[in-house]
Write a protein that binds this ligand. Structure first.
Ligand SMILES: *Cc1c(COP(=O)(O)O)cnc(C)c1O
Length: 423
């Protein structure tokens, strides 16, 4: 297998620019923190001891390598290319996010930091952060908009059980972008002792490159695993694209092999015709500088981020990592989208044919494989990055498939609570 931190010809320059994108657009006061992080990461990357420690955590804490599974039933039913599932959902905490959280936690420890902060929208990044904070003994604060705290109670509950303080943010729209601002403000004041864990391949340099490197293990494993299935390499690799961490993680190993087709799938929501109905940045987004980096954003005429919609919380974001835009510009990556409806249909098809419940984010990638496979001969291979497992989406899926028994169940829980209150 490849070494952990390999370079490709699609990497950032020394100042973190991916062509016209990326970079570091932050208040002066944050520059020292980012320079310190960049230097620490640069040292760590060259230190075999760091790679050894991270590999050890990947294996023994998270459960890597995750399997590459030949979805024979699904492939047979579609009657075309062979579909393989890279099951990142089998990681500890149920998704790929743990990969870059472990990397950053190890780095924070190396920098002598005592405290971790993060921001979270749906709570999945907060949960992965809270997990590594507990494992490494960091004090941890996760900023979360009040609106999100109210609608994501299960993740808030688990973060608190893990010993993290969830701090509700009460200004602005009280959602993700306000939580980002609150986290940045905290970081400026506490930078000596605190590391800020960013949850995807975005934000100011060095985060996009660093998180990609921490995720690159995914593609490196696939490169070996696909050979066990009799294919020298995958013909197609498909991943969903929120910020870009699971996609770049699996793509990275194949970037310099033009024979491997790479496809990114954005959230088409209710359809891409109207701003606000979707989170497909390449269907109506344009360049901008937001939250410390230059990239593609869904924004209004004043450059303010627009409201986005997706059935999957992890893809419901107005920005995208700079390397994704760069790969698209250079013609290396094809981007498409799947709608909410297509994602739910894909969820049900994978569940019923293979006994695998994909996360709704990952279901977008599955949806694209379902479209593509029948157009290809049986001897071709498609690898789908199944970024997470579906357990977390129980409330949303139950609603989408209109399961009335689920509502009855929720009602019965409430009734029981009320009864015990009055006793
Ligand atoms: C957060 C999340 C995503 C989207 O984030 P990326 O950085 O684009 O990978 C995708 N899938 C799952 C399961 C997630 O939790």
């Amino acid at each position: 297998m490849k070494e952990l931190f390999f370079k490709t010809s699609y990497d950032a320059d020394d100042r973190g620019h991916f062509g016209a994108y990326g970079g570091r657009y932050v208040p002066e006061m944050l520059m020292p923190a980012l320079e310190e992080l960049e230097k620490a990461y640069d040292d760590a990357r060259r230190d075999p001891g760091f790679a050894r420690d991270l590999t050890d955590l990947y294996h023994h804490f998270s459960g890597r390598p995750t399997p590459l599974y030949h979805a024979q039933n699904l492939s047979r039913q579609l009657g075309g290319a062979q579909i393989f599932i890279k099951n990142e959902g089998l990681n500890h905490t149920g998704a790929h996010k743990i990969n870059h959280c472990l990397g950053q936690a190890l780095l924070a420890q190396r920098m002598g930091k005592k405290r971790i902060i993060a921001e979270t929208g749906a709570g999945q990044h907060g949960l992965a952060t809270a997990t590594v904070a507990a494992r490494f003994g960091f004090e941890c604060t996760v900023f979360m908009g009040e609106v999100d705290v109210a609608r994501q109670r299960p993740n808030v509950f688990w973060m608190e059980q893990l010993g993290t303080e969830v701090r509700p943010v009460g200004f602005g729209s009280r959602t993700l972008k306000d939580a980002v601002n609150a986290a940045l403000k905290d970081w400026i004041a506490t930078v000596e002792t605190t590391h800020y864990i960013i949850g995807s391949c975005l934000g100011p340099h060095p985060y996009p490159s660093m998180n990609r490197d921490f995720q690159a293990i995914v593609g490196a494993e696939v490169e070996d695993q696909i050979q066990d299935h009799g294919f020298p390499k995958p013909d197609y690799v498909i991943a969903c694209v929120g910020g870009g961490s699971n996609s770049l993680g699996i793509f990275n190993a194949f970037l310099d092999d033009p024979e491997v087709h790479l496809i990114g799938v954005e959230a088409g929501g209710k359809g891409v015709e109207k701003l606000g109905d979707h989170a497909a940045r390449f269907e109506g987004g344009r360049p901008g500088v937001v939250e410390g980096y230059k990239s593609f954003f869904l924004q209004d005429t004043d450059g303010q981020l627009t409201h986005t919609h997706s059935i999957s919380a992890g893809l419901d974001y107005a920005g995208v990592g700079p390397q994704i835009v760069y790969l698209k510009d250079r013609g290396r990556l094809h981007l498409t989208y799947a709608t909410d409806e297509q994602a739910i249909a894909a969820f049900r098809m994978l569940a019923s044919t293979e006994g695998i419940l994909p996360a709704l984010e990952s279901s977008h990638a599955v949806a694209e494989a379902i479209k593509l496979a029948p157009t290809l001969p049986q001897k071709k291979s498609i690898v789908v990055n199944l970024s997470g497992r579906g357990d977390k989406d129980i409330f949303i899926v139950a609603e989408a498939v209109k399961d009335s028994k689920w509502l009855d169940f929720l009602q019965s829980v409430i009734d029981r609570e009320k009864q015990s209150d009055t006793k």
